[in-house]
Design a binder for this molecule. Structure first.
Ligand SMILES: C[S@@+](CC[C@H](N)C(=O)[O-])C[C@H]1O[C@@H](n2cnc3c(N)ncnc32)[C@H](O)[C@@H]1O
Length: 277
């Protein structure tokens, strides 16, 4: 329960501190979007909210429950889940910038006291055992240096019978060492080889698996939508944040997102801590 973090967690925190205000490009949603099919014309922002709903629905939340959001970003999914289900949410992130930005967003949403995002490392969580009714790790587990440790911590702080829903970025094709280095530099560590190893990892941590879904085809449009949004807002962003910062951001994000588009998929796994655990 100590307030400590690994070197990787510190690097992840620095990465998100650096991105900072650029989260506005995606409306504060640091996750992919969801489309039913090629024919689905849902706009990018709505598609990201839709994925929050897709993932959040699997928690089967009830009014008044306490939800833990592991890797909460700037609190956008936490705010939406609190509004939709009447739950209270505690989020953790390793980015100090995100903590401050999440507080601003929570106050703007009128949810002070119901949604809190604080600094905390998922691998050494600052909560006693059995603290939460449900937990979500929405596009955060890919950043874990030690995924088994995160899962063990989530299992510890979840009450018996509590649900846990998480997403993962599996590799869809072999990755070269250079590609692994690009992913690593962008906080994606060791993509699993598919659903089976992910399910096995959650089972080994003591969870009962309820469902596992491969949404790779539903989220892939995210990358083209992101590039279009960046192109559209680039000039404004450069005038506000400086050409150099935007050029560096653009270069880095283009490299990693092109790679994700080609070789990384998307999984959603729903599980439960057994009632007798
Ligand atoms: C891709 S963002 C997802 C944010 C949010 N779930 C969303 O969907 O908008 C990944 C998040 O995981 C957090 N994260 C990464 N490593 C972490 C760690 N060791 N402990 C806590 N949070 C971590 C990052 O700080 C960031 O907030």
């Amino acid at each position: 329960m100590a307030e400590r973090s690994s070197r990787v967690a510190e690097q992840v925190g620095e990465y998100y501190d650096d991105i900072g205000e650029l989260v506005e490009l995606v409306g504060g949603n640091l996750h992919v979007g969801y489309w039913d099919s090629e024919a689905d014309r849902t706009p990018f922002l709505a598609a990201m909210h839709r994925l929050t709903a897709e993932v959040g629905d699997r928690l089967e939340l009830r009014r008044g429950q306490r939800l833990l959001d592991v890797g909460a970003g700037v609190g956008e999914p936490a705010i939406r889940l609190a509004q939709q289900y009447g739950v209270s949410v505690t989020g953790i992130t390793v980015s100090a910038w995100q903590v401050a930005e999440a507080e601003r967003r929570v106050i703007a949403a009128g949810l002070r006291g119901r949604v809190t995002v604080r600094w905390g490392d998922a691998g050494a969580q600052p909560f006693p055992a059995d603290s939460f009714d449900a937990a979500i790790a929405f596009d955060s587990l890919p950043s874990a240096e030690d995924k088994a440790l995160w899962l063990a911590e989530i299992h510890r702080v979840l009450r018996p019978g509590g649900r846990f829903v998480f997403t993962e970025y599996p590799r869809l094709a072999p990755l070269t060492p250079d590609e692994q280095a690009i992913l690593h530099g962008n906080t994606i560590h060791d993509p699993p080889a598919g659903l089976t190893p992910v399910v096995n990892m959650a089972t080994a941590a003591g969870f009962e698996i309820l469902s596992g879904a491969d949404l790779s085809d539903n989220v892939r449009r995210t990358y083209d939508e992101f590039f279009a949004a960046l192109a559209e807002q680039r000039q404004t962003l450069a005038s506000v944040y400086g050409e150099e910062r935007i050029a560096m951001f653009e270069q880095g994000i283009t490299m990693v997102f092109r790679l994700c588009q080609a070789k990384i998929g998307y999984l959603v796994v729903s599980c439960r801590k057994p009632s007798d655990a």
